[in-house]
Ligand binder design. Structure first.
Ligand SMILES: O=C(O)CCC(=O)C(=O)O
Ligand SMILES: [Fe+2]
Length: 276
């Protein structure tokens, strides 16, 4: 069924931190996007090796991006984005120029399963960032809006719904008392053992939920949500990973505030006395 925007999308987004535009891509567009992604996959593995997570930005490679630009130009998508985030928000091109797209495509690994670490973007995966400033901006709807749009069914992403609105719960802080957070070590494990360890790690976060997307869906999410990606070779993946932009987010993206003492280490957000 073709995508239909409702006020449920707005409510979900603000309350849960994500919403899914089901069936946004028509079969014809999906055919072209898959063809584009297969070429990107070939380049990704050739240039980045068998365990590469992504090719990003795709605009830097020899690819025909016409289907991507067609997706970005869908009027119903632009309307939905503006209805949820505001009239001053738009999908895809950081300052309005097609040539500046930051879009990437996420792929499955070829050799071994692995997962990333539970994180909130910018806070837990950007050494040297001012977490204090990040916390002040965490709830600013004009910042930190992100997209996963799968060309094949995709359940690699896990989230903690609603966590975008608040600081860490005591149970979350207890689960990850130290910084940096580390991903599970699967060295020496076979495929199934490594998949098991990653699944265990994903489920170990209180409130964790796996996100189930179908090919052609378009997920919009707040990246201050707790989230993680877990991957394995048998789950074919080609998922467009992109951003929603505003003037303010472009400013953040290009001049992300650094910790005042200039150090590059992660501060621990749950040791309040260390926060900067
Ligand atoms: O694989 C995914 O969908 C998650 C990627 C992610 O968390 C990130 O790029 O920060
Ligand atoms: Fe992330």
């Amino acid at each position: 069924m073709a995508f239909k925007f409702t006020d449920q999308h707005i409510d979900d987004y603000h309350r849960l931190g994500y919403t899914i535009f089901r069936d946004l891509m028509t079969p014809a567009l999906l055919t072209d996007l898959r063809r584009m992604a297969e070429e990107a996959r070939r380049i990704c593995f050739e240039k980045r090796g068998p365990q590469a997570q992504r090719l990003q930005p795709i605009k830097d490679f020899e690819l025909d991006l016409t289907p991507y630009h067609e997706l970005a130009a869908l009027p119903e998508l632009d309307k939905a984005i503006k209805a949820i985030i505001g009239d001053d928000a738009w999908y895809a091109y950081p300052n309005g120029n097609k040539e500046d797209s930051r879009a990437g495509i996420l792929f499955e690994p070829r050799e071994r399963p692995y997962c990333t670490l539970w994180h909130r973007d910018w806070r837990d995966n950007m050494p040297g960032i001012s977490v204090k400033t990040w916390e002040e901006k965490q709830n600013d709807i004009r910042l930190f809006n992100q997209v996963n749009a799968p060309f094949y069914d995709d359940n690699c992403l896990w989230i903690v719904p609603g966590s975008h609105l608040r600081r860490d719960l005591p149970s979350e802080a207890a689960r990850f008392p130290d910084r940096p957070i580390v991903a599970p070590d699967t060295k020496g494990m076979n495929t199934e053992e490594a998949e098991w360890a990653c699944l265990d790690f994903c489920r170990s976060m209180p409130g964790a939920q796996q996100v189930w997307l179908s090919a052609g869906d378009f997920m919009l999410y707040r990246n201050p949500l707790w989230h993680i990606g877990s991957y394995t070779p048998h789950k074919k993946r080609a998922t467009l990973h992109d951003g929603v932009w505003t003037k303010e987010f472009f400013e953040w993206f290009t001049h992300a505030p650094q910790r005042p003492d200039g150090k590059r280490e992660y501060v621990n957000p749950n040791k309040r006395e260390e926060l900067q």
